[in-house]
Ligand binder design. Structure first.
Ligand code: PLP
Length: 405
């Protein structure tokens, strides 16, 4: 059974006070807090099992290597990848997408080719393609959104042309909360023979994701948004693509043999993991996934959905509130503005009440431009948030609105 009090005990930071008030942490879209088991694992590893992986014959190095490869298998199982060598460890979603942009474009794209993204992408799924645009000449095409903040699928299909090389879209919008119909997007793209990358930074912590069932070609996510440590991310890629793509960075375990005449490269996944990997945090990501599975993704989603609907209905009572992202198929993110109150003012005043929300453009400036605003206030929920916290938050917003009247 889902016992919220027991879950909260797993997160010691929730006992903190901010300006003398109990912390109400609603900035989970940016990063989530870490359960004790993850922090303990990191300490345990540094105290008992720290040695550089892959290159050592000694016991510690072999143990650390074994644990790292076990973590890879945990990630493989978590997203149901066919092979563990299709799991590449990176620094985060951003690096995962940069890796694909750089390596995929070098292998498969030429001047004038097109990459399709959507109007609701995080900068991490826009800028890497623009950087590549300067090098290989690829161009971006953008799937528009409707007034609810949903992708317009009919327009998507019209964007596909003989020059389209890849579709790269977010599963869940970090601003609007919209859960995109990625099954349909993948199906449409594949019917035209085009591979698809899914930015799952905002989805894997809320929704079960099965890469074989989805049949996506690449998928990226960050450890720190799924209760794991910062500095680790995952890139899933189908073997057939990863094998054909050139390395992204050089050095470390990615080599086969190096000579000044020329270098050969290692096989997957090591070909894409240059330098000393962040093995301690990779192993702790495995612990975080164990934690998520022990609570149950379905139960996490049910709890967060309850908070989303409860909070939305309470906020709706506020005069002059405008929501950004009103799709029925929504994850636990609420973006809003009230009257003329600046989002920064709202955020700073909530902070004085102990409430942490995010304000600003949320690394989605093209979306802000589309919505005709500079930024929003964003509350986003995680497994440990409570109905009482929603009440404190809504009460805080009401008090601020009262002060501005
Ligand atoms: N994509 C989306 C949808 C995000 O929400 C984020 C972070 O907020 C990212 C990509 C980038 O993630 P990271 O900064 O962990 O690389």
């Amino acid at each position: 059974m889902f016992d919220i009090n027991k879950i909260r005990e797993d997160f010691p930071i929730l006992n903190r006070k901010i300006y003398g008030k109990p912390l109400v942490y609603l900035d989970n879209g940016a990063t989530v807090q870490k359960p004790r088991c993850v922090v303990d694992k990191i300490e345990e590893l540094y105290y008992t099992c720290n040695a550089n992986i892959h290159r050592g014959v000694h016991t510690l190095s072999q143990e650390a290597t074994e644990l790292t490869e076990q973590a890879r298998k945990k990630v493989q199982a978590f997203i149901n990848a066919k092979h563990s060598h299709e799991i590449i460890f990176t620094k985060g979603t951003t690096e995962s997408i940069n890796l694909v942009a750089s390596s995929f474009c070098r292998r498969f794209c030429k001047e004038g080719d097109e990459i399709i993204v959507s109007a609701m992408e995080h900068h991490a799924n826009i800028v890497p393609w623009q950087i590549e645009g300067d090098i290989s000449g690829v161009k971006l095409k953008v799937i528009p959104i409707n007034e609810k903040g949903e992708l317009i699928l009919e327009e998507f299909e019209k964007l596909i042309s003989p020059k389209t090389r890849l579709v790269s879209v977010t599963h869940v919008s970090n601003v609007l909360g919209t859960i995109n119909p990625i099954e349909k997007i993948i199906d449409i793209a594949h019917r035209h023979g085009i591979p698809v990358l899914i930015d799952a930074a905002q989805s894997v912590q809320h929704i079960p994701v099965d890469v074989q069932q989805l049949d996506c070609d690449f998928l990226a996510f960050s450890s720190h948004k799924i209760y794991g440590p910062t500095g680790v991310g995952v890139l899933y890629g189908k073997e057939e693509f990863l094998n054909r793509m050139p390395p992204y960075q050089g050095g470390g375990e990615m080599i086969g043999h190096v000579s000044f005449k020329g270098t050969t490269y290692n096989e997957l996944p090591f070909k894409f993991e240059a330098g000393t990997p962040n093995y301690i945090d990779v192993i702790a990501l495995g612990t975080a996934l164990d934690y998520v599975l022990s609570v149950g993704l379905e139960q996490i989603k049910e709890h967060e959905d309850y908070l989303l609907h409860y909070c939305t209905s309470k906020l709706q009572e506020i005069d002059g509130i405008r929501f950004f992202g009103t799709s029925l198929n929504k994850s636990s993110v609420i973006s809003f503005l009230v009257g003329n109150i600046h989002h920064y003012d709202m955020g700073m005043m909530l902070d004085k009440m102990g409430i942490a929300v995010r304000t600003g453009h949320h690394c989605a400036q093209p979306l802000m431009e589309e919505l005709g605003i500079e930024g929003t206030v964003r509350a986003s929920f995680a497994v440990y948030n409570t109905k009482e916290e929603v009440d404190i938050f809504v009460d805080g917003v009401n008090r601020i609105v009262g002060m501005f009247k």
